[in-house]
Design a protein around this ligand. Sequence first.
Ligand SMILES: Cc1cc2nc3c(=O)[nH]c(=O)nc-3n(C[C@H](O)[C@H](O)[C@H](O)COP(=O)(O)OP(=O)(O)OC[C@H]3O[C@@H](n4cnc5c(N)ncnc54)[C@H](O)[C@@H]3O)c2cc1C
Length: 408
Amino acid sequence: MMAAGQAAAAGAQVLLLERMARLGTKLRITGKGRCNLTNMAEFDEFLGHFAFLGSEGETRFFLRNAFARFFAPDLVAFFEALGVATVVERGDRVFPVSNDAHQVAEALVRFALQQGVRVRMQSRVEDLLCHEGRIRGVVLHGGEPVAAGAVIIATGGASYPKTGSSGDGYRLAKTLGHTIVPLRPALVPLVIAGAEPRAMMGLSLRNVQVRLLLDGREVAGDFGEMLFTHFGVSGPIILTLSGPAVALLGRGRLEMSINLKPALSPEKLDERLRRDLDQYGKRGYRNLLKGLLPQSMIDVVVARTGIPPDKPAHQITAEERGRLRELLHDFRLIVTGHRSIDEAIVTAGGVDTREIDPRTMASRLVQGLYFAGEVLDVQADTGGYNLQAAFSTGFVAGQAAARFVAGG
Ligand SMILES: Cc1cc2nc3c(=O)[nH]c(=O)nc-3n(C[C@H](O)[C@H](O)[C@H](O)COP(=O)(O)OP(=O)(O)OC[C@H]3O[C@@H](n4cnc5c(N)ncnc54)[C@H](O)[C@@H]3O)c2cc1C
């Protein structure tokens, strides 16, 4: 929608082909329905959130140009002009004041239509028409050809396929010789060994420190909120850590260490436990844990420490107290896998950015062919970075495609 609107604003006749019955199906579910549309982090910090993957690690370099042309403040101003007031929240995340992702999607639809974009719904592009190295149009499902002087592929990734993004763009790009960096799920929940996650299903832990360990060596870490599910773990910090986790699975023993009391040093935590044990000496161990842990963790911690649940607090030995303290600071989980790409927030991999001109988003292989958004091998942490990348590359691609058609 951004690419189409920009191309039309630059004078091109634009037809937007959408396979679904409405525009922006995925956009409408972003940010848990609130749409975290961008992030107010400084330029270099912003780019740093694209660091962990990408074509030969060149993602940051690739996006620098598009962000220099159309960045977060520009996007905020763009939406404000369309009547979408925004607010900056924790972690510099930007949301619409309305907390309604539909409002963002509807504003984009309005923008595209106001610029004169024609839209055809339920029109799935199945093939590209190319002659002598130059794009000539597309072919729709059912065989109808549509002639065009330029084509922008903005088909999204391969995750959440029910929103329409089932990976068509990768196949289309490949037919014209583009390299597709292998697809992987990114920002994806992780599968944990054993039955404990199921026992704690629905439990959300806030302000915890999580470290990812490969053969006991720390490889990544994050602080914030996580969630237990029937298969393992999810939530903001898990999604962030899923990047390195997916890459490292199968390379050794992959573990997650949760620090449940990161604000307390081992000494301070020991002091706190000692105080509790003294103060509530007659209480059973299980009861005592109620003051320390969320309800659904208690049985798991009782089982792990091996201390009898009814043991009176004053009988708990120093060694047992030490065991509990260690567990609270280092609650280990074994990562055995990740959920499928269908459940990933974004798809890593995609059209190799080395075959795309970063100043225009034009294909270096086929004249008149452009790319924008997640179909490119561009992916970032959660925080609004992915949508900004889609908007910025769409902005650049739309304007460049219009110039190309006009003969510029
Ligand atoms: C649950 C969830 C929450 C998210 N939350 C956030 C968030 O808060 N902030 C953030 O920055 N990112 C978020 N993301 C990621 C973000 O939504 C995507 O990175 C972004 O939507 C990519 O934009 P896009 O335009 O490239 O692709 P999409 O938004 O996927 O749009 C692609 C469009 O192309 C259409 N299409 C596909 N194939 C064809 C075809 N062959 N013919 C015609 N049309 C076709 C699709 O139907 C779709 O409408 C979230 C993702 C998910 C799944």
